[in-house]
Write a protein that binds this ligand. Structure first.
Ligand code: 5CA
Length: 165
């Protein structure tokens, strides 16, 4: 039942219900803090995980939410071209202040204040996606078309496959 969700996951559940996707959030006992952990817990490919990453504009101070596949990273020079200013990775404090969620649980919708959202085109090629739902144990399933619709995000090409470290 929805009432069993933690407060942050419940906020995401409500944001999704407002957008026509009720009852999607699931809280798992295993951690879903990183894309690799989430894929393991769900039993899907890492590429099907939506990473929600916050960047700050160096000139404007604007926070941007960038969505890429779990196997990708954001090419910051491409992102800079897209948004028209240099960008830096947001600190954990800025992520929390701007979105209302801690790193590892940042969802693609349900933020404290609306922020510009950019969707990497590669996400839209996946058959099915899973995204964080407010906590490092909460996720929800959605189709690529649903991601585009509920976020209203601008589709861009900023993702590059992450090299193994
Ligand atoms: N729950 C999973 C997906 S279901 C999740 O939230 N994955 S994530 O990729 O969107 O969020 C974790 C990401 O936060 C990491 O990939 C990493 O890029 C970023 N991150 C981790 N630590 C920091 C940090 N100290 N500062 C900025 N970003 C960080």
């Amino acid at each position: 039942m929805a009432s069993e969700l933690s407060a942050s996951a419940q906020r995401v559940q409500e944001a999704l219900a407002d957008r026509g996707l009720p009852g999607r959030v699931v809280e798992l006992s295993q951690t879903t803090r990183t894309a690799v952990e989430a894929a393991r817990a769900i039993g899907c490919d890492v590429a099907q995980i939506v990473k929600s990453l916050v960047f700050c504009g160096a000139w404007s101070g604007q926070a941007y939410l960038v969505l890429v596949r779990g196997v990708d990273r954001v090419d910051e020079s491409r992102l800079a071209e897209v948004v028209g200013e240099q960008v830096t990775r947001a600190s954990p404090e800025v992520v929390r202040a701007r979105t209302g969620y801690a790193i590892g649980g940042v969802p693609p919708v349900g933020h404290r204040e609306p922020l510009p959202i950019l969707i990497d085109a590669a996400l839209l090629e996946m058959p099915e996606l899973w995204a964080a739902a407010g906590t490092p144990h909460a996720v929800f399933r959605l189709l690529p078309g649903e991601l585009a619709r509920i976020t209203g995000g601008r589709v861009v090409e900023v993702g590059v496959v992450q090299r193994p470290s």
